[in-house]
Design a protein around this ligand. Structure first.
Ligand SMILES: *Cc1c(COP(=O)(O)O)cnc(C)c1O
Length: 378
């Protein structure tokens, strides 16, 4: 039994291998600005994610900022996104001088609902920033159809879906760009880090410049860039973590099955949907607790687990439209009442990583009213 038990645990390469990577960096004296580790990791990312262009960043938020900046959207235009996401998604829109407009989530997938997007479209809409959430992927076909109808750009916040595929196609290949986060809490980490993938070769130079202050050459600054560069130590950690990802994903998928067998039989608990033809990234495992049907609220469960040293997380509660900067922004919905407003107080992410042991699962199951004997039967 491992306590405290957190919702995730960072993938950590063997310390001796880190030391030899550091020795290599010290030998060259190249610490950042596209050093050898950085270049190697970018090529490995393109191969691993099967995308033509992958560009590294110092974190996912700066990568989101740059992905939007790259689109050169009209100032003050509207970008439709989901309220059920991390604050960085909405902030990246606002920080670019654009207006976030929130559309509801689909009750089955909890990803942005194309019909709700359509309700939010105005003459000022310029793009959609959709989020693949927990590990569930968006309705990429439905979103693209809306985008095509209104001539909108599509960017995916893919922070939760590193390595996911749909019918064999890389998740990073949909839309005009996808943005990944390599923060310590994510399945694959570079301590902090991020990545933009794009299908278009022409984007490379634009992103390259924006990532480095807009500098094109020693005497030319061609765009309003930022410092988004990943350093060599981050890249080294990435190179060492890549070979560890598949094993971590495999162990999480086994844990997913264990959670499924336990929770399947409990009334009032909704499990994540299994998407046909999709290989799940295994970022998070979320459940939705309907207090009327289950008999206890999400917050009660959350508090009780905490008392046992088990730190589940209420991702994403509060939602973006509850935050000060976006307070009173409406949520456009194809339903009578936005599902995001309901599910935000019902969703709970359970500890989900290779450090979760069977005894931990028993403890969690007990909190949901199952005895050891009952769990053993599943
Ligand atoms: C983690 C995360 C980000 C931000 O990434 P950082 O690398 O921490 O800046 C953005 N969006 C979502 C959905 C995330 O989970």
């Amino acid at each position: 039994m491992s306590r405290p038990l957190y919702v995730t645990r960072p993938l950590l390469p063997d310390l001796a291998s880190v030391q030899s990577m550091l020795a290599e960096i010290w030998k060259t004296g190249i610490l950042t600005n596209g050093g050898p580790m950085h270049e190697k990791l970018e090529r490995e990312m393109e191969a691993y994610l099967s995308v033509p262009n992958a560009m590294l960043f110092n974190n996912g938020t700066i990568a989101l900022l740059v992905a939007l900046k790259m689109m050169d959207l009209p100032p003050g235009s509207e970008v439709i996104t989901t309220p059920l996401t991390f604050a960085a998604t909405a902030h990246a829109i606002a920080w670019n001088g654009l207006v976030p407009v929130f559309a509801d989530v689909d009750p089955d997938t909890l990803t942005i609902d194309p019909a709700s997007i359509e309700k939010a479209v105005t003459r000022k809409t310029s793009a959609i920033l959709a989020v693949h959430v927990y590990g569930t992927i968006c309705d990429v076909i439905g979103i693209q159809a809306v985008a095509d109808r209104y001539d909108l750009r599509v960017i995916y916040d893919a922070a939760h879906v590193f390595g996911a595929t749909m019918h064999g196609r890389s998740i990073g290949s949909f839309g005009d760009a996808s943005v990944f986060s390599f923060h310590a809490t994510k399945l694959f980490n570079t301590l902090e880090g991020g990545l933009i993938t794009t299908p278009r070769q022409e984007d490379r130079q634009v992103i390259y410049n924006l990532r480095n202050f807009g500098i094109k050459s020693e005497e030319e600054v061609v765009s309003i860039g930022i410092n988004g560069k990943m350093n060599e130590v981050q890249a080294a950690i990435g190179l060492l973590n890549i070979p560890l990802v598949e094993e971590e994903r495999r162990r999480r998928s086994i844990l997913r099955e264990k959670y499924f067998s336990i929770f399947r039989s409990i009334p009032g608990i909704t499990l994540p949907i299994k998407q046909k033809g999709v290989i799940n990234s295994e970022q998070y495992f979320h459940i939705v607790i309907d207090p009327a049907a289950f008999g206890k609220s999400r917050d009660e469960i959350y508090d009780n687990l905490k008392k046992r040293g088990i730190f589940a997380r209420k991702y994403f509660h509060p939602i973006c439209t509850d935050f000060e900067p976006y307070k009173d922004f409406p949520i456009f919905s194809s339903l009578e009442r936005p599902w995001a407003e309901i599910v935000k107080s019902q969703v709970l992410c359970l500890p989900f990583h290779s450090g979760v042991e069977d005894e931990d699962i028993l403890d969690i199951a007990e909190e949901f009213g199952l005895s050891v004997a009952e769990v053993a039967q599943h």
